[in-house]
Design a protein around this ligand. Structure first.
Ligand code: FAD
Ligand code: SF4
Ligand code: SF4
Length: 451
């Protein structure tokens, strides 16, 4: 990405949409909408001072919702260009409220609340579509109880968990434990606040809240005028305090037993090789599950992983050896199986009910964390992109090509590469991208010669 950003012959138009395409191969006019960032790209240094002071916190989709970000942010730290952007749905100023502290803080004077979208026309000879993929939504398979069970996550979420810059800083904390810790933090705050209110009453009347409350509820309150005035309020505050204290104590007690997840289950083909969804193999998921299990073991040598799948498709140079190494050195077991259901076990542990197809037996096993290897699905806006480009999609929603010319879409001069064509891993996507770029050059040269 850095090379692309620095290349003198490449103009990078990030945060932009293609809205119209006219003309033909060799002579297209593409209309691009450069979306308003509300940050001047040529002034912003990416220092992040605005983010530090912004009071608005929202869910961070880059971290799959397991962390928060501010209303002025950069999508991820290494993004090119290293410009920040204001979120128009959450920024206080852009939603009609008072704020603007980021603008005051920005020494580069880059924040511009008045910025608007800009339309740009580009003359281009050829186009390469590289819009990639979306992960399959596992909620479509209710038997796996994704979102219902906190400790069932996708492989993409697990990637973020394994990352040192991710929400857990590389520790494999169970989501249910993290949620409990968030609840403890909220309850502790409420507990401190209610304790302060009780302290004021205790100081004023010279007795403990417990002593007062026992007398109040037994109707034996020997009350002076002052206490009679405060009694109902004090009792209500004390009751509310107890309602916080009990769950807080319970949660704090259970938090003492929290450890990182050590027994991991990976479920393959979630949405792939499944006639209800995508009948094809998503190609990369067997390898990314093995990779994730190996990294998890590198983080903590006690980690044990079981990969549940119909078979392991380690297709590629050195891939089979990688799979075997994972088994020998990283505590990974490969279970030929089909998982029928995940249920809730003790301590929020997911329980897998599966058929062991080697032994032809139905089995049950409890894990700390389950990771779903979701299918490679077409990007949600693919239909709209295809309409603007005037090209066709295949029956699954990926861009259609001729098998004999796998980079050529149904319109001359428009090429496709990577997962917007079909599932493939990074090396294959990169190789295809180079090929598509070469095809694009050929198309431009052909029309240059003809004119
Ligand atoms: C959990 C997980 C782990 C993986 N780990 C590995 C691994 O270790 N090694 C490996 O080789 N592969 C791995 N893969 C596969 C890898 O992610 C893909 O091979 C690779 O991302 C494909 O690259 P791509 O450029 O085709 O698509 P993408 O990486 O999806 O990039 C497409 C880009 O296009 C942008 N885009 C989409 N629509 C538009 C639009 N309309 N206009 C402008 N931009 C748009 C998207 O925002 C995105 O930035 C993994 C996949 C998963 C799910
Ligand atoms: S907008 Fe200003 S404060 Fe924010 S990152 Fe850019 S230069 Fe820094
Ligand atoms: S103006 Fe918007 S982006 Fe800037 S600090 Fe306030 S809420 Fe955050």
């Amino acid at each position: 990405m850095l090379d692309v950003g620095r290349h003198p012959n490449i103009e990078l138009m990030a945060y932009s949409d293609l809205v119209k395409l006219e003309g033909e191969a060799g002579n297209f006019t593409a209309t691009i909408r450069k979306k308003a960032r509300f940050v001047e790209e040529d002034r912003c240094t990416g220092c992040g001072a605005c983010t530090e002071v912004c009071p608005t916190t929202v869910s961070d989709l880059y971290n799959e919702g397991h962390a928060t970000r501010k209303a002025v942010y950069s999508w991820f730290a290494q993004g090119i260009p290293s410009t920040h952007v204001l979120d128009p749905d959450h920024c206080r100023v852009l939603t009609g409220k008072r704020c603007g502290v980021c603008q005051k803080k920005c020494e580069a004077n880059a924040i511009n609340f008045e910025q608007t979208d800009k339309m740009v026309n580009l003359s281009v000879g050829a186009i390469v579509v590289a819009t990639g993929y979306d992960i399959f939504d596992p909620e479509k398979m209710p038997e796996y109880r994704y979102r219902e069970l906190d400790n069932v996550i996708t492989a993409m979420e697990f990637e973020r968990f394994l990352s040192a810059s991710g929400p857990t800083e590389g520790h494999i904390d169970r989501p249910s434990d993290r949620l409990a810790e968030q609840k403890i933090a909220l309850l502790s705050k409420a507990f401190k606040k209610s304790r302060k209110a009780l302290d004021r009453f205790e100081e004023k009347h010279g007795r403990t809240s417990q002593d007062f409350y026992e007398a109040f509820t037994a109707n034996s309150l020997d009350a002076g005028q002052d206490l009679t005035k405060d009694a109902a309020k004090w009792a209500a505050k004390y009751q509310a305090h107890l309602e916080i204290e009990t769950p807080l104590n319970e949660l704090e007690q259970s938090a003492k037993g929290f450890t990182t997840a050590k027994k991991l289950a990976f479920i393959q083909c979630v949405g792939s090789r499944d006639l209800r969804f995508y009948p094809f193999c998503s190609g990369y998921c067997c390898m990314h599950s093995i990779k994730e299990a190996i990294i998890a073991h590198e983080h903590d040598n006690d980690t044990q992983s079981v990969i549940f799948g119909m078979d392991i498709r380690a297709v590629g140079k050195g891939f089979e050896e990688y799979k075997i190494r994972g088994g020998n050195n990283s505590n990974i077991g490969y279970k030929r199986s089909r998982v029928a259901e995940i249920t809730r076990g003790e301590n929020d542990n997911p329980v897998l009910i599966y058929e062991d197809t080697s032994e032809q037996k139905v089995k049950k096993e409890q894990f700390d964390l389950v990771i779903l290897a979701t299918a490679c699905a077409p990007v949600k806006n693919t239909q709209a992109v295809a309409e603007v480009l005037g090209i066709e999609l295949d029956r699954f929603g990926f861009f259609k090509t001729n098998p004999a010319e796998p980079l050529d879409t149904t319109k001359e001069g428009i090429f496709v590469c990577g997962c917007s064509h079909s599932p493939m891993d990074i090396p294959e996507s990169v190789a295809q991208a180079s090929s598509a770029a070469a095809r694009a050059v050929q198309a431009v040269m052909k029309h240059k010669k003809a004119s």
